[in-house]
Design a protein around this ligand. Structure first.
Ligand code: UTP
Length: 309
């Protein structure tokens, strides 16, 4: 079997990408534009996410939208007048770039209605996903394309019949920014069994330094759990609370975590967004040399200024 055939024979074929949050950490840039549309070098963050889903064999992508959804819809649609103009000029390179996002996957859209929390956004996907397992990729969470993660998560879901969550080791003092997992080790150093989850705990409450990052492979039972869930932290329907219910053994299957050790950027956070642009910029095939030279010169100047001051 080829790689593609292996991917297609898997139980998971659909991806859900929640992109309906308010993006208040990035105001005013996000006043009239979803944060998922902020560019990283030359592509909106969400395009990397949809490309990641497609390269893991998930060619059916449902984006959950909120206010200002038009930018998102337009980005994954074709633009006949622009394509026609580039065709006439014979500019194949730019034509490919324009078409990339409309051809990468079969992209569907669904409105969340009200931004009642990530759990609520995922719950809205039920009518599209049906009775199948599916992946969730947060639209503002960028996994570096050079460090694939989803393939591994889907393989663990398939072999263990489990809900699978991506986890990342973070410093104890940052754990309050994430959902955090209580875990038991397995014989694989990159896989843990999750026994509990808590959303944004204090350093004292945190059961570990393993933080939830924005990739999940979920079984359809999650929808019933979300439907019954009372609002949690911040008055929102929290996906972490639904997953905690399953991790405590109240559902049909176990919950496992895959520990991600690669590069990942929270593009809804201003500092992380700037870092993502620099890190992907220095490795960019057209811009890399120019950006690298500039960063080195800039770092030298900063160092000089600091030693003088
Ligand atoms: P965040 O926790 O980053 O929240 O959402 P936010 O509201 O979007 O951003 P800030 O904190 O105000 O800056 C994590 C992911 O869940 C989606 C977001 O779009 C993001 O991809 N989300 C969140 C929804 O789709 N709906 C919601 O109601 C909340």
């Amino acid at each position: 079997m080829t790689d593609t055939q292996v991917k297609h024979s898997r139980s998971v074929t659909k991806a859900v990408v929640p992109a309906a949050g308010l993006g208040t950490r990035f105001l005013p840039a996000t006043k009239a534009m979803p944060k998922e549309m902020l560019p990283i070098v030359d592509k909106p963050a969400i395009q990397y996410v949809v490309e990641e889903a497609a390269s893991a064999g998930l060619g059916d992508v449902l984006i959950i939208t909120g206010r200002n959804k038009d930018n998102l819809l337009n980005h994954f649609d074709s633009v006949p007048e622009l394509e026609y103009s580039l065709e006439r000029k014979g500019d194949e390179g730019k034509l490919d770039k324009v078409r990339e996002s409309s051809e990468v996957a079969e992209v569907h859209f669904l409105r969340q209605g009200q931004p009642l929390g990530l759990g609520h956004a995922v719950g809205r996907a039920r009518c599209h996903v049906g009775d199948e397992s599916f992946a969730v990729l947060l639209g503002d969470d960028l996994i570096d394309p050079r460090d694939p993660l989803l393939d591994r998560m889907i393989a663990e879901h398939d072999s263990r019949g489990a809900t699978v969550i991506a986890l990342m080791e973070v410093p104890r003092e940052s754990v309050h920014l994430y959902g955090c997992a209580a875990v038991e080790t397995t014989d694989d150093p990159d896989v843990v069994r999750i026994t509990g989850l808590i959303e944004k705990p204090s350093a004292e409450e945190a059961p570990s330094n393993l933080a939830i990052i924005g990739r999940y492979v979920l079984r359809p039972e999650i929808f019933d759990v979300i439907d019954e869930l009372p609002p949690g932290r911040g008055g929102e329907i929290q996906l972490t609370d639904a997953l905690n219910y399953l991790a405590e053994g109240k559902g049909d299957g176990p919950v496992y975590g895959v520990i991600f050790r690669g590069r990942r950027y929270d593009t809804g956070d201003r500092a992380d967004w700037i870092k993502a642009n620099v890190l992907l910029g220095v490795d960019h095939e057209e811009l890399g040399d120019e950006i690298t030279e500039w960063v080195i010169g800039f770092a030298d100047r900063l160092r000089e200024q600091r030693s003088e001051g």
